[in-house]
Design a protein around this ligand. Structure first.
Ligand code: SF4
Length: 248
C-alpha cells in the first residue's frame, strides 16, 4: 500500500472513529453504557470509564478481521478499546500474540503499547448491552457502522467470527454489501469455514469465560483458528511467540 493511500485510509478510519464514538442511536444501550460508567465496579472505582461506543482497533491494512459480539460492560466500556480489560480480551490478545498478529500478549488499556499487524478487531454492536444481549433492532441499527468500516478496508481477506452472534452478523454485513448468503443459511460452528471470493468466514467459539473455563475453547483451538485465518489470508507463518518483524 502506498504511503499516500495508507494515510488516506487512516484519515477515513479516524473520521469514522469520531462518528462512531458520538453515536446515540440506541436509547437502551446509551442509558446502560452510561449507567455502568457512573456506577462502576468496586475494583475499578478509581477509574474513569469510557462509557461510549467502541471503534475498531488494529492495522488499517489488515487482511484478517476479527469480529466479536459487543463490548463488555467493565471491559471495553471501561477502557475504551475493544476486548481490552476483561478475561475474554486476555485470551484473545494472548492468542493474537502467539500467532503473530500482536506485538505483546497483554491488552490492559488504551496507550499500553499494543500494536496489531495484519489484523483488525471490531464488534457487531459497538455499545455494551445489558447481559451481553443486544436486541435484533439494536443489532440492525448498529450494522451500518460495520458496513462503513469494512468498506474502508479493502485488504480484508477473511473474517474470524467469535461466536454465533458474530457469525450471523457477518452474514448480514456481507449481504448488505452485496454478497449473497447461500441457502440454506450456513450455521455457525467452531472451525467452520464459509468460502467466498470476497469475504470468507471462519467460525471460532467466543473466548468468553463460559467457554474458556469449561474447556469448550482451549488455547490450542483458538490458535488453530487464527493460524488457519493467516493461511487463508495468504499471510506467512508466524514467528515463535509473535516476535520479530515490524509492527506499525
Ligand atoms: Fe450507536 Fe451502535 Fe451504540 Fe447503537 S449500539 S448507540 S448504533 S454505536
Amino acid at each position: 500500500m502506498s504511503s499516500a493511500f495508507a494515510s488516506e485510509r487512516r484519515v477515513a478510519l479516524a473520521e469514522l472513529e469520531r462518528e462512531v464514538t458520538d453515536c446515540r442511536r440506541c436509547p437502551r444501550l446509551v442509558a446502560w453504557r452510561e449507567q455502568v460508567a457512573r456506577e462502576r465496579r468496586a475494583a475499578f472505582a478509581h477509574e474513569t470509564y469510557w462509557g461510549r461506543p467502541l471503534p475498531g482497533f488494529g492495522d488499517p491494512a489488515a487482511r484478517v478481521l476479527v469480529l466479536g459480539l459487543a463490548p463488555a460492560a467493565h471491559g471495553g466500556n471501561r477502557t475504551g478499546r475493544v476486548f481490552t480489560g476483561d478475561r475474554s480480551g486476555d485470551w484473545l490478545f494472548a492468542a493474537l500474540w502467539r500467532t503473530g498478529f500482536a506485538n505483546q500478549p497483554q491488552s490492559t488499556r488504551r496507550g499500553d503499547g499494543l500494536r496489531l499487524r495484519d489484523c483488525w478487531i471490531t464488534a457487531a454492536v459497538r455499545c455494551a448491552p445489558p447481559a451481553n444481549r443486544p436486541t435484533p433492532q439494536e443489532r440492525d441499527t448498529c450494522q451500518p457502522w460495520a458496513e462503513h468500516e469494512l468498506s474502508l478496508m479493502p485488504d480484508v481477506r477473511i473474517i474470524v467470527c467469535l461466536g454465533a452472534f458474530a457469525w450471523d452478523a457477518a452474514l448480514r454485513l456481507r449481504s448488505a454489501l452485496g454478497e449473497a448468503t447461500p441457502r440454506p443459511r450456513p450455521r455457525f460452528g467452531h472451525g467452520r469455514e464459509l468460502p467466498s471470493t470476497r469475504w470468507p468466514l471462519i467460525g471460532c467459539f467466543h473466548p468468553s469465560q463460559q467457554n474458556t473455563f469449561t474447556g469448550r475453547l482451549t488455547e490450542e483451538m483458538l490458535d488453530a483458528v487464527l493460524r488457519r485465518a493467516r493461511a487463508l489470508a495468504g499471510l506467512a507463518e508466524p514467528q515463535p511467540h509473535g516476535g520479530g518483524g515490524h509492527f506499525l
